[in-house]
Design a protein around this ligand. Sequence first.
Ligand SMILES: Nc1nc2c(c(=O)[nH]1)N[C@H]1C(S)=C(S)[C@@H](COP(=O)(O)O)O[C@H]1N2
Ligand SMILES: [Mo]
Length: 301
Amino acid sequence: MLLRPPADIPSSEITPESTYLSRRDFLGRGAGALAAAAALPGVARAMPPQDKDELTPYEDVTTYNNFYEFGTDKADPAENSKGFTTKPWSVVVDGLVKKPFTLQLEDFIKPHKLEDRTYRHRCVEAWSMVIPWQGFPMADFIKRAEPLGSAKYVQFFTLHDPKRMPGQERPILPWPYTEALRLDEAMHPLAMFGTGLYGKTLLPQNGAPLRTITPWKYGFKACKSIVRITFTEKQPLNTWQLTNASEYGFYANVNPEVDHPRWTQSKERRIGEFRRRVTLMFNGYPQVASLYGGMDLHKNF
Ligand SMILES: Nc1nc2c(c(=O)[nH]1)N[C@H]1C(S)=C(S)[C@@H](COP(=O)(O)O)O[C@H]1N2
Ligand SMILES: [Mo]
């Protein structure tokens, strides 16, 4: 995602275009609207937050991805994960739990009621999508895992298998990819394990067969293709902290007031749209604010 400045972050307010914007998107909007948008200063062009959220097309959700295990370009994961199989798949649950266990994927999912939830998805690179997910609340699984009182964090690990994930043949990132949440964040009703989107089983590029979804955080907090979940007392380091701690912190809350050192986080480009939108605090999920009461979110970024 972030080893170089993203191509679609405008360097100035007047840069009108994303390289991703397709011909179809262009044709879908009137020439008049384009001309009007081009004539206005950048600030005025950003869409107000009350604009309604339309679903990002399935095609975009499944072909514009960050999943470095399958390559670093947005189109790579869909292309390079074509033969990736997720059967069989097992998940290890260990660390500070009453009793460590390993589950086949079916048994991991079976006790839970799958829900449909549409969430905004905001990448730290300042693009966003709206995705209709299927999954179940992370809290339901955590209760099942019976963490000990000493457990303060839950950490997730992606599969590490360079034969199946060609990007892992190079040390682009410290493999396996890992992310963690504070236990109360993970227990928040918005936090989910994802197993599908648009009513279909997850494709590999979106993190099949199991990923995390925390819609108030930047995309990099989501851990894809999970094979291990471990409970810890100490705050774990995530992949991006290990790679570049000055640019990526533990919390990764969407916060328009805290810029990335190399670009603004106050605006975003919704994939498929022309004008930039204003980015909302916690990505427009204020119900999580109480998790961070008393914390300085400029320091805890
Ligand atoms: N294992 C793994 N998980 C990952 C990543 C990755 O490179 N590897 N990229 C992250 C980033 S930066 C984003 S924005 C989201 C993208 O998820 P999506 O492709 O489903 O939109 O996945 C996150 N999870
Ligand atoms: Mo991201």
